[in-house]
Write a protein that binds this ligand. Structure first.
Ligand code: PEP
Ligand code: MN
Length: 335
């Protein structure tokens, strides 16, 4: 962190700022120029409130040199993290496809879809049992019964399961879940992030919030990692913009940008990013080509009658077509 001191600042006031920085465990190095005085802060500044420093009378400007996230930062962990999802590694050249319905609706539905997506090449099964829907009048998910149906599908197909956790109280039901999804609406539920950091080592699929920056996404990953769980997978599912042609707006450059900033794997969700089933295929293909570490795709046997997100759900046939192209781009990576 570099602090530029306001011109004309009295020495005594500068000294008192230096004393405060030292009291925060920082070693301040002052460089006095003819017009500008700078303080270079050496040491761990992650706990310093930059806005507070910026607001001081004697401060002209403050610049952070280092990102505020450490555990998720590639600078401190140059190699890609490879996250083991129940025998299916993701990251570091390993590519996985997670597919399944938005919500679990019945045992027959989820088992049927699981078999179809497995046959097409998916390596993990998704399905929501606890649903974070915008309207309280919409289907809220089958809860515990839905989890049990996912477990049946896992038993029948061998596909590990990925499902969303909405609150700490549900965690005791998640013993047999393989990957815990934290949804976009909970990306900044810090108590929930701390809990999945503290109490489990299961992989956490962390979705980007509807209007969150990449730095905020990485800070949320940092919450989980700093609490003890290093197994975080970042998921881009589009953000809210002024554009209305698609449900959300996705910028696929997040993949190389996140890969540069962080060692964590990056998964793209073309279903929530577009909200339109026919757009899922081209986006999935592009995400694969740009270097994503995986995809998460909604598939439904009967989209017009789906209890949620039918408009963006691929049929098993559409998914199989998408997988053919995805596998032609990443022929050996999907295991
Ligand atoms: C989902 O995966 O069904 C979901 C609700 O996703 P998001 O949190 O990205 O909206
Ligand atoms: Mn959905």
């Amino acid at each position: 962190m570099i602090i530029q001191i306001r011109q004309g600042t009295e020495q005594a006031r500068l000294e008192s700022l230096l004393a405060w920085l030292r009291s925060q465990g920082i070693d301040p190095h002052v460089s006095v120029g003819s017009h500008v005085t700078l303080i270079g802060c050496v040491g761990d500044v992650s706990h310093i409130d930059i806005d507070l420093v910026q607001a001081l009378d004697v401060v002209e400007s403050v610049q952070r040199i280092q990102e505020p996230y450490k555990a998720a930062n590639r600078k401190f962990h140059p190699d890609d993290s490879v996250i083991d999802c129940a025998g299916h590694p993701i990251g570091g050249g390993n590519f996985q496809v997670i597919a399944g319905p938005c919500s679990v609706e019945s045992e027959e539905q989820v088992v049927g879809i699981a078999k179809a997506v497995k046959a097409a090449g998916a390596t993990l099964l998704r399905g929501g049992a606890f649903k974070p829907l915008t309207s309280p009048y919409s289907f809220q998910g089958l809860g515990k019964a839905g989890l049990d149906m996912l477990l049946v599908a896992k038993k029948e197909t061998g596909l590990p399961i990925v499902t969303e956790l909405m609150s700490q109280e549900q965690l005791e039901l998640f013993d047999d879940v393989d990957v815990i999804q934290i949804g976009a609406r909970n990306m900044q539920n810090f108590d929930l992030l701390k809990e999945v950091g503290r109490s489990t080592r299961k992989p956490i699929l962390l979705k980007r919030g509807l209007s969150s920056t990449l730095q905020e996404l990485l800070m949320s990953a940092e919450y989980i990692m700093a609490s003890g769980n290093p197994n975080v997978i970042l998921c881009e599912r589009g953000i809210r913009t002024f554009e209305t042609a698609t449900r959300n707006t996705i910028d696929l450059t997040v993949v190389p940008v996140l890969h540069r900033l962080s060692h964590l794997p990056v998964v793209i969700d073309p279903s929530h990013a577009t909200g339109v089933a026919r757009l899922v295929h081209p986006l999935a293909v592009a995400a694969t080509a740009i270097g994503a570490d995986g995809l998460i795709i909604e598939v439904h046997n009967d989209p017009p009658h789906a209890k949620c997100d039918g408009a963006q759900s691929q049929t098993p046939e559409m998914f199989a077509e998408t997988m053919k192209v995805v596998q032609s781009i990443r022929p050996f990576a999907c295991r």
